[in-house]
Design a protein around this ligand. Structure first.
Ligand code: NAP
Length: 495
């Protein structure tokens, strides 16, 4: 070990710890920076791709942007005066992560092109294997593997018979020209809506296949002027003030609203969305087609300032008739109509219960992740799984998702994990994981609280598990922050 890790003063025999971080996206970069800062130098980040960046590396579709304001969607230790817009585009966000990683010399500990395929706890340590055949033995694993990383392809008859170009929104094929093309988009979630807004002016014809209407909250995406950026550079406290203001607005206006379906703030969100639709869409028939029949924010709220304009362009068409099948020349809807297409975009979302899978994880006494998650993914506070010692997840199952900054979520979780790691480092214990009892009690409380959230108010969404229970953090963000402040060691097995 290099420098003495922070907080180890006075401990008789600090234990050297070796770490593996799985994934070099936002949370993996964070882990590498924070572990290094704490003095832990035996650290490898395994990244399956040849570049870092996670979701911002993989999603490059036209119009991709973060719908969380830029000054909120940033590491607390790396405020960025150079954001171009209130909501910055995806490539700028990817460049931000690359820059932060460079500034903190993170790449030196990343092994690119190394997908961890197996991770087994044997004789008190984790034994990792990668697809390339690398073996590693570590004390602590941090799974920073992201949430939405496995594209979900729709199960529609004939998809493989399409003779044009078809690809998933998260696998955009930039070689395919859009200019002059007849483009179909299946799906109107956050991705589909952003894509429609960005491509309508480029394509000959745009057809959006909408299965369920979405509530869309307006977005005013104002560019920052050079004078404002300069001001941020010279007075960083102004960025902090801006961050604090937005964070409070998000927590009160959104975070606290969605967990109480009957709250005033929740009604305000609904009014805003309804007004947005009715003011923007003048044709009553189209307006009704675009009007959802469930409550706003039940599905993840879509944020867009240009979608309603896009779908009203003369070359755009909203199709609400169900899709019957896909044919060589296009999409056949149930009314018998063939929508002829050159390009078909599948903005159909992600397999949301994968987390670190397909990595095979084997804990104490041969217990596999497949056993532990036979019903569905669960973890104590989203972080620790019983029988999987010294294995911690960032942005794991049932955590705060929704329109939050997942960076702040990961930072809070990491601070919590480090307090557990300190027990290992100080020699107080060699293994630490949540107990079955604590995990079951947490899950029972979580599922009960989830019933009064907006996500349980009656709609189909990726937030719902196989039982229809929201797989999210059902309390306020303040509660999450308080929970992350310090672990309750009574919930853990320390051996
Ligand atoms: P999504 O929200 O899961 O939306 C998938 C869309 O595909 C829905 O409209 C769904 O219809 C439709 N669909 C799926 N299967 C279909 C089928 N067989 N036939 C017809 N339609 C089908 O996926 P997403 O838009 O990629 O967004 C996923 C999440 O990624 C978001 O909720 C958000 O958390 C994140 N995201 C964030 C941003 C951002 O700005 N920060 C941008 C993009 C994505 P139904 O509604 O009827 O199920």
């Amino acid at each position: 070990m290099g420098a003495e890790p922070a907080g180890s003063e006075g401990s008789a025999a600090p234990r050297e710890l070796r770490f593996a971080v799985v994934g070099a996206g936002m949370a993996g970069i964070l882990s590498a920076i924070k572990l290094t800062e704490a003095g832990f130098t035996h650290l490898t980040v395994y990244e399956k791709a040849d570049r870092l960046g996670g979701t911002w590396r993989e999603n490059t579709y036209p119009g991709i942007a973060c719908d969380v304001p830029s000054h909120l969607y940033r590491y607390s230790f790396a405020p960025n005066p150079d954001w171009s817009h209130t909501f910055s585009p995806g490539d700028e966000i990817e460049a931000y992560f690359e820059q932060v990683a460079k500034d903190h010399d993170v790449e030196r500990c990343i092994r690119f092109g190394e997908e961890v395929t197996r991770c087994a706890f044997v004789d008190g340590r984790w034994h990792l294997e990668t697809a390339k055949g690398t073996h590693d033995v570590v004390d602590v694993v941090i799974a920073a593997t992201g949430v939405l990383h496995q594209p979900k392809y729709p199960d529609i008859d004939g998809l493989d018979t399409f003779e044009g170009h078809a690809f998933h929104s998260a696998r955009w094929d930039h070689r395919v020209p859009l200019e002059g093309a007849r483009v179909g988009v299946i799906g109107n979630g956050s991705s589909g809506v952003q894509i429609c807004g960005a491509i309508v002016d480029r394509v000959q014809h745009l057809t959006l296949f909408q299965r369920t209407a979405q509530w869309i909250t307006p977005q005013d995406n104002v560019p920052y002027t050079e004078a404002e950026k300069d001001d941020f550079r010279r007075h960083p406290e102004k960025m902090h003030e801006l961050h604090a203001g937005i964070a409070q607005l998000f927590a009160e206006g959104f975070g606290n609203a969605v967990v109480d379906a009957d709250s005033v703030h929740m009604r305000n969100i609904e009014d805003t969305c309804r007004l947005h639709l009715e003011e923007k869409v003048k044709d009553p028939e189209l307006c009704e087609k675009l009007r959802p029949d469930y409550r706003a924010a039940c599905k993840r709220l879509v944020v867009s300032g240009d979608f309603y304009d896009a779908i009203q362009q003369p070359n755009a068409e909203l199709v609400t008739e169900a899709i019957e099948r896909i044919e060589p020349h296009g999409v056949r809807t149930c009314d018998g109509r063939l929508h002829e297409l050159d390009v078909l975009v599948l903005a159909t979302g992600f397999r949301v219960d994968a987390f670190m899978r397909p990595m095979s994880v084997i804990g104490h006494d041969g217990v596999t992740l497949a056993d532990a998650w036979a019903d569905r993914p669960i973890a104590y506070l989203s972080i620790s799984i019983p029988d999987f010692p010294n294995f911690f997840m960032l942005n794991g199952p049932n955590g705060p998702v929704g329109n939050f900054s997942l960076i702040e979520v990961a930072e809070l979780q990491f601070g919590y994990v480090m307090q557990l790691v300190e027990r290992l480092h100080s020699g107080e214990c060699r293994e630490i994981n949540a107990t079955h009892d604590a995990t079951e009690r947490f899950e029972a409380a979580r599922t009960e609280a989830a019933k009064s959230t907006i996500w349980a108010s009656g709609c189909r969404s990726w937030y719902l598990d196989d039982r229809g229970v929201p797989s999210t953090w059902p309390w306020t963000f303040d509660t999450f922050r308080a929970e992350m402040a310090a672990p309750d060691l009574g919930a853990y097995d320390l051996r």
